[in-house]
Design a protein around this ligand. Structure first.
Ligand SMILES: [Zn+2]
Ligand SMILES: [Zn+2]
Length: 248
């Protein structure tokens, strides 16, 4: 059990459960041979991630794999804790992202860098939440491997390149759900952004991103279906010309 609470859990489509976690998000995906995760939160989230797999109606023994959007600690940090209990779970990422996923050194701004140069109360509140989520714990996922086209044959999930935020950032299309899981290539809101900003697809705060110009280009090229399941902020869907949180 865990004392951490998700901000929201929404069933987006049959077999697709989106979890807006305490600080970052993940998706529980039913697959023909079992259950998959897309991302797994911070190190402090691993038990909560497993709880949400059960909540989504799955047996944890059926957990087969984690698809990784990118190797930042708020997206892969929960994986070692999951592998400690379920060592057979496969971890798949883009080949260009493997260095970040395996760690411990990764292409990621450190809390010290952020805290040292920006002191807005909003950013410092986020920083406190990140540190309480074990952002500073060295995270390594040595068994992560590069996915290939074969990994997606016959599956309801397709990777789509979304580089710039990191070298191998990947979005995942879920065509049956008319949804895309964007990681941090596109978010709907981030705690470092003003609370008055209503959730809709947007760029994450630039200091998190390795190459902002490339990231903007990638975001423009992303296919955006009816539903966006971002790495931060609530799931949003199109209603006319607007975006609204799913389930609102
Ligand atoms: Zn993130
Ligand atoms: Zn990130």
């Amino acid at each position: 059990m865990t004392s951490r609470e998700p901000r929201s859990v929404v069933s987006v489509a049959p077999g697709v459960v989106f979890v807006e976690g305490p600080v970052s998000n993940w998706v529980v995906l039913a697959e023909e041979d079992g259950v998959a995760l897309i991302d797994a939160g911070y190190p402090a989230d691993s038990d909560l991630v497993l709880d949400t797999v059960r909540y989504a109606g799955h047996d944890l023994d059926d957990l087969r794999r984690v698809y990784v959007t990118h190797g930042h600690v708020d997206h892969v940090g929960g994986i070692p804790g999951i592998l400690a209990q379920y060592p057979h779970v496969e971890v798949l990422a883009h080949a260009d992202e493997l260095g970040n996923v395996r760690g411990p050194d990764r292409q990621q701004v450190t809390p010290a860098e952020i805290g040292g140069r920006l002191a807005s109360p909003r950013v410092l509140r986020w920083l406190g939440r990140a540190i309480r989520s074990d952002a500073l714990r060295p995270t390594t996922v040595p068994t992560a491997r590069a996915f290939t086209a074969r990994d997606f044959e016959g599956r309801a999930i397709t990777p789509f390149p979304a580089v710039g935020h990191t070298a191998g950032s990947t979005a995942y299309l879920l065509p049956a759900a008319d949804a895309i899981v964007t990681g941090d290539a596109v978010v709907s809101h981030h705690d470092t952004q003003p609370g008055s900003w209503t959730p809709r697809p947007r760029m994450i705060t630039p200091f998190f991103t390795a190459d902002q110009a490339v990231a903007v280009e990638s975001a423009r090229a992303l296919p955006i279906p009816e539903i966006v399941l971002p790495g931060h902020g609530p799931a949003v869907h199109r209603v006319g010309r607007e975006w609204l949180p799913v389930g609102s």
